[in-house]
Design a protein around this ligand. Structure first.
Ligand SMILES: Nc1nc2c(ncn2[C@@H]2O[C@H](COP(=O)(O)OP(=O)(O)OP(=O)(O)O)[C@@H](O)[C@H]2O)c(=O)[nH]1
Ligand SMILES: [Mg+2]
Length: 406
């Protein structure tokens, strides 16, 4: 009787404490009633169950150019720290009937390095974090057991990553598979076995592991490709890249559709591949950082040869080539002198056909007139691209360098 009274008093105080609780107005209803009044009957139809069963997994949507721009990061500040070495052990061998077994403390393992490694699958520095800590080595153990060394921590970076420490360039990772040790792991400590000497048969000394190296590095991405397409906005660079390669940059009739470089691979016989970069449109005054000039121009620096893409349907198309060359020259001396070809796009338009003879006469050099939209004369560009590529390979081999391969 006493316990019952106690329980009811406690439960009453509990309900008082909850206070907010009140029975739901539907609490008294039966389950069937509740369903028919409140839940939508559509939820229980056979059709819906069927549809749910045969629903396809959601497909990955291709990223829009705007989103891609958000994901495209071309510079990063990274703090890298190598792993610390493990500590050496201090202990003595012990065995029944063997009183003075001698020192048997093993050495600690070395800390793991942090290494930057070029991976062709990585397209920007967006996946690179702001800090990396290498793996530590294990401590040494009894019975002369050495600690395991820390594993190497790899940071995957795209082709064309420039590594700077302060203002100094410390590495240029321009080829697939290139590696650079960003931070060294610390050395492992010595166990007391290491200090065994003729004059000291029972050393107790052991040393701790060294801390790993710590550095602040600045990573900067500059697109690397064999050919770079340079042109004013709307010249048709992205359309051209779509037409000759497997890349799918966005195409639209407004300027600055492309906001970050795209690389497409053109395949030739004998597994030869030429990488072509679609560089965002350049405007007059880009070398003075007009528009996003400098951020785009830096991506041209690493291209081995250039394709000046001109919109032939505009009046006086030769001024486009002159302006582009001027901008490149102002940005970096000698950049406009690189091996190049002039590509006159939109030949399918009548005004473009009319402009072609004068463009050829004014420039005094070969002009590849084509249409990215209809595919007219694309073969001439492909053949010329191969000629430029072969000449580049020959020059590189002549200088004893390995040409860039994709
Ligand atoms: N008639 C015609 N239109 C073309 C041709 N090539 C491209 N265009 C059109 O020109 C417009 C611009 O094409 P894009 O390929 O986006 O030009 P872009 O040079 O990449 O432009 P940005 O990315 O802004 O620098 C689009 O409306 C295309 O459809 C062509 O050969 N003929
Ligand atoms: Mg474009």
């Amino acid at each position: 009787m006493m316990t019952l009274r106690l329980f009811s008093a406690r439960s009453q105080t509990m309900f008082e404490a909850m206070g907010r609780w009140a029975p739901s107005p539907t609490a008294g209803l039966k389950p069937g009633q509740l369903l028919s009044q409140q839940a939508s009957p559509r939820l229980l139809t056979v059709g819906c169950v069927d549809r749910a069963k045969h629903q396809e997994p959601p497909r990955k949507k291709p990223l829009s150019e705007k989103k891609m721009k958000r994901h495209f990061v071309d510079h990063r500040r990274v703090l890298v720290r190598g792993g610390s070495g493990g500590a050496g052990a201090s202990c003595f061998h012990s065995e029944p009937r063997k009183e003075f077994g001698g020192p048997d403390g093993g050495d600690g393992g070395n800390g793991g390095h942090v290494i930057l490694r070029v991976d062709q699958q990585v397209k920007s520095l967006s996946s690179v974090l702001s800090q990396y800590q290498g793996f530590d080595g294990e401590d040494g153990g009894r019975k002369n057991c050495f600690g395991r060394g820390g594993s190497v921590l790899y940071i995957r970076v795209p082709v064309g990553t420039l590594v700077k420490e302060g203002d100094e360039i410390v590495a240029d990772l321009s080829r697939p598979g290139d590696e650079y040790i960003a931070a060294l792991g610390g050395a492992g400590g010595k166990g007391n076995r290491f200090f065994l000497a003729n004059d000291n048969r029972a050393p107790v000394t052991c040393t701790p592991g060294q801390p790993g190296q710590e550095r602040i590095l600045y990573l900067e991405l500059k697109t690397v490709a064999h050919a770079g397409m340079v042109g004013f906005p709307n010249a048709g660079k992205s359309s051209l890249l779509r037409a000759i390669s497997n890349a799918k940059p966005a195409v639209a009739s407004y300027p600055f559709t492309t906001l970050n470089p795209h690389i497409g691979i053109v395949h030739y016989e004998g597994h030869q591949q030429v990488a072509v970069a679609d560089i965002p449109g350049i405007i007059r005054g880009a070398h003075q950082s007009r528009g996003l000039g400098l951020t785009f121009l830096k991506h041209i620096e690493r291209c081995r040869f250039l394709l000046y893409v001109v919109d032939l349907s505009l009046p006086e198309p030769w001024t486009q080539v002159e302006d582009l060359k001027y901008e490149l020259k102002k940005y970096e001396d000698g950049l406009s002198e690189r091996p190049h070809a002039v590509v006159a796009n939109k030949i399918d338009l009548p005004q473009a056909r009319a402009n072609l003879p004068e463009l050829r006469a004014r420039l005094g050099q070969e002009v590849i007139a084509l249409s990215a939209a209809t595919g007219e004369n694309l073969e001439q560009l492909l053949l010329h691209l191969k000629v430029l590529h072969d000449a580049y390979v020959e020059v590189e081999l002549g200088q004893g360098c390995q040409p860039l391969r994709w």
